[in-house]
Design a protein around this ligand. Structure first.
Ligand code: YSA
Length: 352
């Protein structure tokens, strides 16, 4: 029985389940001590075998019980330890998920609109599917005029379409995806009388090959100011204010003559970017062409409205928002904006 006591003590002290398995094999396994003793029974007399057999069975039961008890203890201990180690610290800050944010073009557009609002401009928007009349004819770009080649156009298939005009009236004609935000000049002038100052942010479309600085779908900001005595000096002042707001007091503006059918004179303008030490070509501008005012008044007449643009002058400008955002945020390729890569967009979380 000394053996039993030793065995029970060893089981009770087994440090882990591995050791317990070894002890079980040692005593109860195929070649275990107890098994050997059982085999030895055969050599005993019947009387001795009975007595010894009973004792061995009791021993076996005692060992099995002790093994099961220690196994339970070890399992409980392991569980307790695991629970303790794996305890969640709910006070730790969590991993931040990117829950979405404003697109860099939206940020740039909002910044521009904000700048012009502060100068007394109102922001208005127009349709992306536009009539040929508003996108071209009323802007002094008649059919077959070579200037139409300046804007490679996505036309909507089929003839006999109609769309709502500036006052909701039905306008019939060919439809297209607007190639610039300038048609909103016409729409706004038809529906309002001067003086006014507006900016028109929006998406425009061109049937163009894309490269690092050209997209087929991009954004423009149009500006239009009409009233008595509006001059080129006012246009320069407006672009100057824009430059100051974007790049501070050391910025400058530059105008160079250029042709657009809907302005006379026409100009392209650039802003001096002090940190980059570069001129940034931003867009086109000019004094609203008298032909545009005449087209607007002629259209008003068809709606039964009196002429409103005799004796007034105005300036207009249109700039590319992507080009400006590229410089502002240091983006080398325009195609990143709408390439749909979250890694790119996530960088603008919290800008502005
Ligand atoms: C001119 C005179 C006005 O009185 C009013 C507006 C204008 C601008 C005219 N409507 C226009 O669209 N001119 S533009 O074809 O030279 O485009 C203006 C700006 O849009 C460009 O300077 C450039 O910044 C941007 N742009 C043009 N094509 C682009 C583009 N940006 C990205 N991808 C393209 N494919």
């Amino acid at each position: 029985m000394r053996e039993l006591e030793e065995a029970l003590a060893a089981i009770a002290k087994a440090p882990d389940l591995e050791a317990l398995r070894a002890l079980k094999a040692r005593y109860l396994g195929k070649k275990g001590l107890l098994t050997e003793e059982m085999k030895a029974l055969a050599r005993l007399s019947l009387e001795e075998r009975k007595e010894r057999g009973r004792a061995l069975n009791a021993l076996k039961e005692a060992l099995e019980e002790a093994l099961a008890k220690r196994a339970r203890e070890l399992e409980e201990e392991a569980l307790r330890k695991a629970l303790e180690e794996e305890r969640q610290d709910v006070s730790l800050p969590g991993v931040r998920l990117f829950a979405g944010g404003l697109h860099p073009i939206t940020l740039m557009e909002r910044e521009l609109v904000q700048i012009f609002r502060a100068l007394g401009y109102q922001a208005v928007e127009g349709p992306e599917v536009e009539g040929e009349f508003f996108n071209f004819d009323a802007l002094n770009i008649p059919e077959h005029h070579p200037a139409r080649d300046m804007w490679d156009t996505f036309w909507l298939e089929g003839e006999g379409h109609s769309l709502p005009g500036p006052l909701g009236e039905e306008v019939r004609g060919r439809l297209l995806l607007r190639t610039h935000t300038s048609p909103m000049q016409v729409r706004y002038m038809v529906a309002h009388t001067p003086p006014f100052r507006i900016v028109v942010p929006g998406r425009v479309f061109r049937f163009e090959q894309t490269d690092a600085t050209h997209e087929a779908v991009f954004h423009q900001l149009e500006g239009l100011v009409v009233g008595e005595g509006i001059s080129m000096a006012h246009l320069k002042g407006a672009i100057y204010e824009l430059a100051q707001a974007l790049y501070g007091p050391h910025s400058r503006v530059r105008f160079q003559p250029v042709y657009f059918p809907f302005v006379e004179p026409g100009a392209q303008f650039a802003i001096w970017w002090p940190e980059g030490k570069k001129w940034l070509e931003l867009g086109g501008a000019g004094m609203v062409h008298p032909q545009v005012f005449q087209a607007v008044d002629a259209y008003r007449k068809t709606l039964g409205l009196p002429p409103a643009y005799e004796g007034v002058t105005g300036f207009a400008f249109g700039l590319g928002i992507e080009r400006l955002a590229m410089l502002r945020y240091g983006i080398p390729d325009i195609r990143y904006f709408f390439g749909g890569r979250l890694k790119f967009l996530e960088q603008f979380r919290g800008v502005l």
